[in-house]
Design a protein around this ligand. Structure first.
Ligand code: ATP
Length: 330
């Protein structure tokens, strides 16, 4: 029987745990390479159907964490359960249901897409009509049926990524870990791959995605985990990140004939910052939708208002603020 995980260490911040039993669970994960600490104590809980982005600067510990989750490297301390299994003690159970799509997916280049999947199916112990049925369903899902008889050596990077996902589908994986899945893809292939990832999650697949492409992460991830010097400094939604680090969840973009907007808006509750833009406008960071109050102030002051747009803070902005703060505190 799989031993229970030890209780969470005191003082460890974990964002709202997903409903239902976690699919991925890590407690106090540490990885040392000699005297160097690559991962300094990570706690992570991910539920079915979640897409969690693993973000952070180079060397922050994302890849090392992924390797420990997959059982490809042994943790120096801590525990991992994936679908209730320990990746080191029960590697076959984990390999069967967990797929990993590295940056460069490896295939047999001289074999066709269908032959590659048939080969993997055999290795996974899937044979005969069951293999044929699964291969066709997977190829259909990633829209590669038409080119299934072509050698993989003729495939574009986008097609290779989709074939990689077809392999995970064919094996009936419940968890997939993707490393920079859209790097090197053109905008159209990127959109297609992201739509595919979203549809997998909608079917209950749990996805971990490591990427430096924040716009990509933002469109597909339900939560983000910000890695900083071997720890997860934050995990949660982009809105929660913006709220936690200050600076407001909303951005209000203003174009007005105001010389000194900060002075005009002074004392307005909920404003975090008023920043001039390069185009002569202003960007207001706020804790609430303050458009009406801002408009009133400007009208009362007899100032012409040209634009007043509201948007949510983008991940790249919240990410930037998080690491500015983290670097200041370091
Ligand atoms: N096999 C190894 N031997 C020694 N040090 C290692 C090894 N693998 C990783 N490290 C170190 O561990 C730290 C974390 O590396 P890791 O690759 O996990 O970071 P990362 O967040 O994935 O970075 P990137 O965004 O560049 O992929 C780095 O300082 C790295 O140099």
């Amino acid at each position: 029987m799989t031993p229970e995980l030890s209780s969470r260490p005191k003082g460890t911040a974990i964002a709202a745990a997903p409903a239902g039993p976690p699919v991925i669970e890590a407690r106090g994960l540490v990885k040392r390479y000699g005297a160097a600490v690559a991962v300094a104590g990570i706690d992570l809980e991910v539920g079915a159907g979640e897409v969690v982005g693993l973000l952070g600067p180079n060397g922050a510990g994302k890849t090392t964490t992924i390797l420990m989750l997959l059982g490809l490297t042994e943790a120096s301390a801590g525990q991992v359960r994936i679908l209730g299994h320990d990746p080191l003690r029960e590697p076959l159970a984990v390999k069967r249901r967990v797929g990993y799509l590295p940056d460069q997916v490896g295939f047999y280049e001289a074999m066709t897409a269908r032959e590659n999947l048939a080969y993997t199916a055999r290795l996974a112990g899937i044979d005969g009509s069951e293999a044929a049925r699964r291969i066709l369903a997977a190829l259909e899902r990633v829209r590669l049926v038409e080119v299934a008889g072509r050698r993989v050596s003729t495939f574009s990077r986008g097609m290779r990524q989709r074939l990689g996902i077809a392999e995970l589908l064919m094996r009936d994986c419940r968890v997939v870990i993707l490393d920079e899945p859209t790097s090197g893809l053109d905008p159209q292939s990127t959109r297609e791959l992201l739509a595919l990832i979203r549809s997998l999650a909608a079917d209950g697949m749990t996805v971990l995605l490591s990427s430096h492409m924040l716009d990509v992460v933002e469109t597909v991830c339900t939560r983000v985990a910000l890695f900083n010097r071997g720890r997860i400094g934050f995990i949660g939604t982009v809105e929660a990140l913006a709220a936690r680090i200050g600076g407001g969840v909303y951005v209000i973009e203003v174009e007005a004939d105001a010389g000194d907007l900060p002075a005009l808006l002074s004392g307005l509750d909920g404003i975090e910052a008023v920043i001039p833009t390069a185009h002569g406008g202003w960007q207001i960071e706020a804790r609430a939708d303050l458009r009406a109050a801002i408009a009133r102030r400007l009208v009362e002051a007899g100032i012409a208002l040209h634009t007043l747009d509201l948007r949510r803070v983008r991940l790249d902005e919240a990410y930037g603020r998080f690491f500015e703060e983290a670097d200041r505190d370091a």
